[in-house]
Design a protein around this ligand. Structure first.
Ligand code: BGP
Length: 466
């Protein structure tokens, strides 16, 4: 199995799921601070003590120790996000918060010290709360200007330190989780499709604007979009099931199509027409989209789903869809499908002809800390090793198929708080963090068995995979 030279091996986290320090050094409150239950349960009025993200794994104070562990594994790249509300506490101020800027300087410098490239998500499910309350998040056109100012600030500050940028985490998830993904406080059941797709338009325009700015300010940078990838299989070979798959794909492909081709696809225009949705757009915005397509497409991959013409969707999994009788699932009901990753890599490259970057993949599982390992305690996580090994073999197959894959960052390379359930017990890391769902724990770090395994994979550039 041959991975390209300079393949970017690494791991990924997001600010809100690892940093903690939710109100330190001038940080504003963001939507995660009032979402103690993830995507289930209503947001709270104020940050509450049961919200694990307020402290998370305290990366804000322990980043040096954690980055040293990533370096020990041989990471070439580390994906994290900038918490927008550390830079602009409310989101709509004119001047940034210097302490927030200084924190990310320190994080990126620490990465560079070890030769690790930072890969930065500009907006990862952490819209400043004020933007949600005052403007209803991305439903408002004004967000484009605030995001532009934020991008200009961080691009000018970190040019030369950060080469790889992603505009919005899992941009297509706004259709399913408007608050988490789009900072939209109007409850999903009350939000009109008109409002929802207008919000998508604003994000797409903002993403194109960020791409334009990045090219002006940091000509050496590479900027990509980020999509939640879920390959969809027909439940049966019935033509109607295949059409159902095609339609389900449209709602996700639409985001990649605009990012890669710069225009709204015909199937989406038809949908808008038939639903009476009129996207407010200007010729200037259309030009922005057309002239600023992305350098690469990145995506998360956890599972595939099935679709069919009959019956209702939403049986399981993150974004609806139906269960596949041929696949096993994780303890959280996410169906495990390594071959789906090869399929999605081929499909995305066929469609968009842009380099691809897998920026999230991994197994959320319950771990048991036992005696052993270099730190005195460890986790024998053979199930995680098997999951990652099998997925990486399929990445290798896709590379053999001719797909240009830039890199691979496992999700949650260190245990962190889950996005969908806000639990600590849904662990993804190579590094165990001693913190429990009830908030207890010392926050100590322990290398799991998978730590040494991944180190070997990186050191051999994938040749140790079996
Ligand atoms: C993606 C998000 C991440 C993340 C991951 C795993 O949807 O981009 O933020 O956490 O999924 O999901 P979870 O944490 O719910 O297990």
């Amino acid at each position: 199995m041959k991975f390209p030279e300079n393949f970017l091996w690494g791991g990924a986290v997001a600010a809100n799921q690892c940093e903690g320090a939710y109100n330190e050094d001038g940080k504003g409150i963001d939507i995660q601070d009032i979402m103690p239950h993830g995507i289930k349960g209503a947001p709270t009025a104020e940050p509450t003590e049961d919200n694990l993200k307020l402290t998370a794994i305290d990366f804000y104070h322990r980043y040096k120790e954690d980055i040293a562990l990533f370096a020990e594994m041989g990471f070439k790249v580390f994906r994290t996000s900038i918490a927008w509300s550390r830079i602009f506490p409310n989101g709509d101020e004119e001047t940034p918060n210097e302490k927030g800027l200084a924190f990310y300087d320190a994080v990126f410098d620490e990465c560079r010290k070890y030769g690790i490239e930072p890969l930065v998500t500009i907006s990862h499910y952490e819209t400043p709360l004020h933007l949600a309350k005052r403007y209803d998040g991305w439903t408002s056109h004004e967000l484009i200007g605030f995001y532009e100012r934020y991008c200009r600030t961080i691009f000018n500050r970190y040019k030369g330190k950060v080469k790889y940028w992603l505009t919005f985490n899992e941009i297509n998830s706004v259709l399913h989780a408007p608050l988490l993904s789009g900072g939209i406080l109007t409850p999903k059941e009350k939000l009109s499709e008109q409002g929802l797709y207008q919000a998508c338009h604003h994000e797409l325009v903002a993403s194109a604007l960020a791409t334009k700015l990045a090219r002006e300010i940091m000509p050496e940078a590479k900027i990509g979009c980020m999509i939640l990838a879920m390959p969809t299989y027909p439940l049966t070979p019935a033509p109607d099931d295949m059409i159902a798959v095609m339609k389900a794909n449209h709602f996700n492909d639409f985001f990649g199509d605009v990012h890669a081709r710069g225009v709204y696809p015909g199937y989406m225009k038809r949908y808008f027409r038939e639903k009476g949705i009129e996207i407010k757009s200007t010729p200037e915005e259309e030009r922005l989209l057309r002239e600023n397509t992305v350098d690469f497409i990145s995506f998360s991959y956890y599972m595939s789903i099935c679709e069919g013409a009959s019956g209702s969707s939403g049986e399981g999994n993150l974004m609806g869809g139906k269960k596949n009788p041929y696949l096993k699932e994780s303890e959280w009901g996410w169906q495990i499908d390594p071959k789906g990753l090869r399929y999605v890599l081929n499909r995305f490259y066929d469609r968009w002809q842009k380099p691809l970057f897998i920026v999230e993949n991994g197994l959320g599982a319950k771990d048991e800390l036992v005696a052993g390992g270099p730190d005195g305690k460890t986790v024998e996580d053979d199930y995680r090793i098997a999951y990652l090994n099998d997925h990486l073999l399929q990445v290798g197959e896709a590379i053999e198929d001719g797909v240009p894959v830039m890199g691979y960052t496992t999700w949650g390379c260190i245990d962190l708080v889950s996005a969908s359930t806000a639990q600590m017990s849904k662990r993804y890391g190579f590094i165990y963090v001693d913190r429990n769902d009830d908030g207890t724990g010392s926050l100590a770090r322990y290398r799991k068995k998978s730590f040494g395994w991944y180190k070997e994979v990186i050191a051999t550039n994938g040749e140790s995979l079996k």
